[in-house]
Each structure stands twice: as C-alpha cells, then as structure tokens.
Design a protein around this ligand. Structure first.
Ligand code: SF4
Length: 377
C-alpha cells in the first residue's frame, strides 16, 4: 500500500472507491459501489458535485498519481489518499493482517499484536471495487491463516467476482498442520485457482525453528504442506537466502526432493534489506557471489529430482552464468529500483534489480553490469 497526494472534495475518511475518469462515469456506473471520478476541469468538478448532491456515491479526485481502474481510500483531512489497488502494477496483493505466529529473523514487515480485523472488510471492499480482473491476486500478511474462516471469505469474494483470477496465499502453513483447520480452509478454498506460497528454511527443526524464531514450527509447517497436498492444492515452496539457510541449502534441497516431491516449484529468494533483516544484518547480509558453489549444489539436486526452481529478488549479476536463466523479475513494482551501475547494463530489462530500500540496507551482491558481447545469457 502506498500513499499519494490527491486533492479531494470528500469531507471525511471513506472506505474503498473505484477510480474512473469523469467521462467514463456514466458507462461504468453500477449501484451499490463507491466511485472517485478523476476530473481535469472546473466543469467536470461541478458535474461530480451535482451527481453527489443528487445522492450518488461519488467524489472527485485530482492527482497525476491515480489512474482509472485504481482503488483508493480517501484521507481527506490530510488531502491525500491511499492507493489500495493500482491497476497498472504487475503484482497485486491484499494485505489481510499484520499479526503473525512466527518471528522470522529477516521479516520485512515485523508483526504487531493490535486487532486489525478491519483489514478483512477493507480487502473485500477493494475486490468489489476492482474493475478489471487481475491475472493474479496475492494474499499476504502477517499470517493470513490466523483469520480462519475469514480467509476463505476473502478468497470466495475474489473467486466469485473474478473466476479467472489466480489467488496466491503467502502463509507459513503452521496452522494448516491442524487437521480441523486444514479441512475447513482447504475444502472451502478452490484448489483449481489457488497457489500457496509456503516458506521452508531448513531440512530439520533446529534450522527452520531458529530462522522463524518459533519452536515446533518445522513440524507444523511440514504437516501443513502434507495437508495441502492431501487436499490437492498447489504449493510454491519458498526459502530465503540468508547465511544460516545457505549453509544448509544442499541439505534442504535433498529434503524437499525426497520428502516433498509434490511441490509445484521452489523459489530461492534474496532477503529484503528492511525490517528485522536490518536488526539481524550479521545473519542476513550476504554477497551471493560468495555462494555460487552452494547455489549450484542446491539447484543441481532439485534438477536431478525434476523439481522446478527459480531465483527471486536476485539480480542477474549475482548468479553464475548457468543459473541466470532461472532468475525472475520478481520485485513488486512499487518497491523496485536499480543502482547507478545498472545504467550501463545490457540486461537491465530482464533483471529484477533491487529493493528500493537497498541503500539503507545492502545489495545482494557486488553489482557488475553485464555486457552481452562479453557474456551471452
Ligand atoms: S548491474 Fe543492475 S541491471 Fe545489471 S544485472 Fe546487475 S543488478 Fe541487474
């Protein structure tokens, strides 16, 4: 979620609204929805105010940062709004809670204990006000399974409004280790359109429980993964490339290949240099160029067993030549940037680049611009 400045005539904070251009308003109008009409002249502004005075739920907004198709929440006192859904982004996510039952060493968004149940209703209203179906809609937190049946309610809202949209749920899967909750959620959430993104940081409890700072988490997550398989749900297993994990990465690959061969794919991810990762910099800040042999060993095992894998948040120049084809442009639009060195790089358009906050943190490797004449991808 991001905040952008906008001038608005709204007099109090309001729930989500669909943004449409003024001239689209009549063709888009649907009863029961709230609109924010983008205006660019006094006439248009007066036109919206006349509609509002006639009882229609519409306000006008003026901002170069808002586009038709966005969903916003107005904060009129500050003459600003929060963009809850930006139609032009490639990655979309609904943030359901900041609460979590783990306390990961490299958590980019440290959990809180405040009651933020209102986020569920906001997410449902955001989905109702999205105009065009996104290809993929992520659900994230905190830990979304803490919401119990409300998680199924959110996914049902998405499925009913956008039957073709794929839902990706980021979860530590610990609560899915419970047979009762697994049955409740995994029967209610349609497996055909859902992928569960589940982090696993080690091949044994001593490592995984240490990384997530929660005794018993390894057994719970593995039980959750087995339940996901039992109910026919797709799984992307995720691991974050911090030092304790890298030390055992080949063993983790072996564990996955032998015990969790049903996962759809494995994502090997560089950490975000923010949140708890900054506090645990000694464990999280690595130069991936120093770990090429380890990355190759982990990747080779997954290849040998036929388990697809990919690198996420890892710049192309941080990978050895043979692993570059497995890198994805994975960093969400709103937190993605490039370093000055990248200006002279021939593969910039294929590279995920860096997290915006890398300067306060670190780079995942020493960046070396790639010249295609010197090295072919
Ligand atoms: S120099 Fe920049 S654009 Fe080029 S591979 Fe490295 S991070 Fe990517």
């Amino acid at each position: 979620m991001r905040r952008v400045l906008a001038d608005t005539n709204a007099s109090r904070a309001q729930p989500p609204r669909a943004v449409v251009d003024y001239e689209e308003l009549a063709s888009c109008w649907s009863p029961g929805y709230r609109y924010a009409a983008r205006v660019s002249s006094d006439d248009e502004r007066l036109g919206v105010e006349a509609l509002s005075a006639a009882g229609l739920d519409v306000v006008w907004v003026e901002s170069p940062d808002i586009r038709s198709g966005d969903v916003i929440s107005l904060s009129p006192q500050a003459r600003s709004c929060t963009v809850l859904f930006r139609a032009a982004d490639h990655h979309h996510a609904l943030f359901l809670t900041n609460r979590c039952n783990s306390y990961c060493l490299m958590c980019s968004q440290p959990p809180t204990t405040v009651d933020d149940g209102w986020l569920v209703e906001e997410a449902i209203e955001v989905v109702r006000h999205v105009l065009d179906p996104p290809a993929v809609l992520g659900i994230t937190g905190g830990e979304p399974t803490l919401l119990g049946s409300d998680l199924a309610r959110v996914t049902r809202t998405i499925n009913e409004k956008f039957p073709v949209t794929r839902v990706e749920i980021l979860t530590n899967a610990r609560l899915l280790g419970s047979s009762a909750l697994a049955r409740e959620l995994l029967e209610a959430i349609p497996s055909a359109r859902t992928t569960w993104l589940v982090p696993l940081y080690g091949h044994a409890d001593f490592l995984h429980d240490f990384v997530v700072q929660a005794p018993g988490a390894f057994e719970q997550t593995v039980a959750g993964l087995l339940h996901l398989q039992q109910y026919g749900h797709a799984i992307q297993l995720r691991t974050v490339l911090i030092e304790p994990v890298l030390q055992e990465l080949p063993a983790l690959s072996e564990f996955v290949a032998r015990n969790l061969p049903f996962v759809r794919e494995v994502a090997l991810m560089a950490p975000e240099p923010i949140g708890f990762a900054l506090a645990n910099r000694d464990l999280c800040a690595v130069d991936l160029n120093d770990w090429h042999d380890t990355l190759r060993a982990g990747a080779r095992t997954l290849q040998r067993y036929g388990i697809p894998f990919m690198f996420m948040n890892v710049p192309l120049c941080a990978l050895p030549h043979d692993l570059k084809p497995y890198a994805q442009r994975s960093i969400s639009d709103w937190k993605n940037t490039y370093a000055p060195e990248c200006n002279g790089c021939d593969v910039r358009s294929d590279c995920c680049g860096l997290f915006t906050w890398y300067e306060r943190g670190w780079r995942p490797a020493k960046l070396v611009p790639i010249k295609l004449l010197e090295a072919s991808l």
